[in-house]
Write a protein that binds this ligand. Structure first.
Ligand code: PGA
Length: 276
């Protein structure tokens, strides 16, 4: 795969390959997943190749989507939405990291605000889950972000700092360099009210500075930072035009192949491949 490079004036600088991820949450059974992923695969061609795309369906869809991606050589990476930190055990209803690795899952979302808020996942559990994902050679997409109350109180940076202190403490500098961090302000998720690209850029820059402090310059240069929260085809390019934002974590707008492909196309427009 050619390395992504800046597309010239007006485009974003940097050589990190952008990652656009579809977080389907609790939507689409395996039959719908089959149709949606096949449709998406057909819509992605050479112009979109600079962008890496991951699809994170519900657990019950994973095997179906894995076989489809492999069988039809679709330009997609398989992702999961969560896993438990233990290798196995009496954890009714949970899924372990090695189970995901056996299905060729590449990316695992860790600590999404819905897991933190609705299922009481705390920072220590997030850190333990990051370790489990790394143990099985998968790449975590660590979610961080502030609530509306924290934002209004001017506490955004403090919140990010607290979340990342525990999470990054679980990883080596090398692991930080290859991980993904999604900045997802909680108030922007599913609300139709995205952050401004300026605010998202400030947060991403701050996150990168925290990675630099924890893991050094190489870790900070390598880590990919996504923005997530009410992303759509209209606002996608504004976010990735920011030098510190290397991709997007998309919920609602990733459920339909046509709409999600538009987002990927918008991101690809900010990059070109060195082979072209
Ligand atoms: P949204 O969700 O795009 O529907 O706002 C994003 C997310 O929760 O990852």
């Amino acid at each position: 795969m050619p390395e992504a490079v800046p597309a010239g004036p007006g485009s974003r600088p940097g050589a990190r390959r952008p990652l656009v991820s579809a977080n389907w949450k609790m939507h689409h059974d395996h039959i719908v997943a089959l149709h949606t992923v096949r449709d998406l695969g057909l819509r992605l061609g050479e112009p979109e190749a600079a962008v890496e795309v991951s699809v994170h369906p519900p657990f019950t869809d994973l095997r179906t989507v894995q076989l489809l991606i492999e069988g039809e050589h679709l330009p997609l990476a398989l992702g999961a939405q969560h896993c438990h930190s233990a290798e196995e055990g009496a954890f009714t209803g949970e899924i372990a990291a090695p189970m995901l690795a056996r299905l060729s899952v590449r990316y695992v979302i860790v600590g999404h605000s819905e897991r933190r808020g609705l299922f009481k996942m705390d920072d220590e559990q997030v850190a333990a889950t990051l370790r489990a994902v790394r143990r099985h050679a998968m790449v975590p997409i660590l979610c961080v972000g502030e609530s509306a109350i924290e934002r209004d109180a001017g506490a955004t940076e403090g919140r990010l700092q607290a979340q990342l202190k525990v999470a990054l403490g679980a990883l080596s500098a090398k692991e930080m360099a290859s991980m993904v961090i999604a900045y997802e302000p909680i108030w922007a998720i599913g609300s139709g009210r995205a952050a401004t690209h300026v605010d998202a850029s400030d947060a991403a820059g701050f996150i990168r500075s925290l990675v630099a402090a924890a893991g050094g310059a190489e870790a900070a240069a390598g880590v990919r930072i996504q923005y997530g929260g009410s992303v759509n085809a209209e606002n996608a390019a504004d976010f990735v035009a920011e030098p510190d934002i290397d991709g997007l974590l998309v919920g609602g707008a990733s459920l339909q192949a046509a709409e999600f492909a538009e987002i990927i196309r918008a991101v690809a427009g900010c990059y070109r491949s060195s082979a072209s």
